[in-house]
Write a new protein. Sequence first.
Length: 160
Amino acid sequence: MEQNKKPKSQESFFNIPPKLNENELKKQIENYNTLGILSSARKLAAISMIFISFVNLIGIITKIIPAGAWFDVLFCLILSVFVYNGQKWAMLVTMIYWVAAILFSIVNILMHENNTSLVISVIIFGWLFFAIFYQAYQVEKEREKLLKTKNINMNKKPKN
């Protein structure tokens, strides 16, 4: 048995960072191209980004969100293509951008509305999406390690 493995009772939703368990990670890698949209971490991350863009677009059209948010919509849509294609750098950029957007939203709420319940909602909403983005990154990182290991093993010449 592994000594560093946490018992189930110590695992929680609020793990920082929100990691996939070993079985789910293995399933994600083995079925990388065949998992459905809601089962694949990277596909779910890309769909989440498209959803966020759609919500922002509705906010822009209804003038709830400033028109300058078009940049956010385009940026997220472009990044979502790279996330869907499994680009690790795009997932990192997405996580950094997402944390910055959430922090900006919190500061904006506190400065203009001072609504604590709205701040809590933003934090929960932000955490849920961050967890999705991080899990997609985790799959890509582990997949990259496995691919490097396979390449190293394939390049070794058998001893005579």
